[in-house]
Design a protein around this ligand. Structure first.
Ligand code: TMP
Ligand code: ASP
Length: 236
């Protein structure tokens, strides 16, 4: 396709800026070097993070693209991605293979053990409310998404997990958990936003060392070093 021309800033996220294009069906996502955690309370500029995240995300999206319907179209340069202009469903859909992060904290469990099957959780995308957790019944009652949409979302999220868990495992990395977002596009539900070490927990298989944004969240080591290991391992 002819690349649409970049237009006005539509939305300023914490780690990405989203621009309109001259084609209303497409958006440009710019991957910034901002690292944030705890709803933006911790914030640093980490030079090179945007580029690395875009490379990793491109590799993952292109690997998924023949099986998962997605907003991703292509990358435009080292920091920008073209996506279909979906209507984002304001849910953070989290799939977990191991106990970690907020699951460990909320339920007083030790991080690191395997879950017997993938656990799926939903959080409302709301900075003001600190992304509260939702049940499927809240989602229907608050009209966030209808039941048919949620069936599709759950099925896609679990399918993405099956594919990526294997993709990372054969490359020596454990997919502990990840967050995805979906959007509506002319009657379809498409995978949107990003999948990257900002939005997934990825551990070294050999020694369970942390390679993802938890390095930044909990001062577990150099962020760029972890992201570079991931990029190299997956051929990004
Ligand atoms: P959690 O354990 O903090 O709930 O995070 C679960 C997964 O979701 C983890 O892989 C990191 C990702 N995540 C985001 O992408 N954005 C967020 O705002 C949060 C809190 C987590
Ligand atoms: N992305 C969120 C923030 O910027 C939280 C996180 O990823 O830990 O605060």
């Amino acid at each position: 396709m002819n690349n649409p021309k970049k237009g006005a800033l539509l939305y300023q996220g914490k780690a990405k800026s989203v621009y309109k294009t001259d084609d209303p069906d497409y958006l440009i996502m710019h991957f910034n070097d901002d690292a944030t955690a705890f709803n933006g309370k911790k914030h640093e500029i980490v030079e090179g993070k945007g580029e690395l995240n875009l490379r990793i995300c491109k590799r993952i999206f292109e690997f998924l693209s023949d099986r998962i319907p997605m907003a991703y179209v292509e990358t435009l340069n080292k920091k920008e991605m073209l996506q279909k202009n979906v209507e984002i469903i304001p849910l953070e859909v989290v799939v977990r293979n191991k106990i970690a992060g907020s699951l460990a904290k909320r339920f007083g469990k030790k991080a690191g053990s395997d879950l017997p099957f993938p656990v799926i959780e939903y959080f409302l995308k709301s900075d003001d409310l600190d992304d509260p957790q939702l049940t499927r019944s809240h989602i229907a009652a608050f009209n966030i998404a209808n039941r048919t949409e949620m069936e599709i979302i759950e099925e896609l999220a679990l399918q993405i997990n099956t594919i990526l868990k294997h993709f990372f495992s054969v490359r020596g990395i454990v997919l502990v958990d990840f967050k995805v977002e979906f959007g509506r596009y002319y009657g379809d539900i498409l995978l949107a936003d990003e999948i990257s070490p900002d939005s997934a927990r990825l551990w070294e298989k050999q020694d369970e060392s942390v390679l993802d944004k938890d390095r930044f969240r909990h001062n577990l080591g150099d962020l760029i070093e972890g992201y570079k290991i991931i990029a190299k391992r997956i051929g990004a």
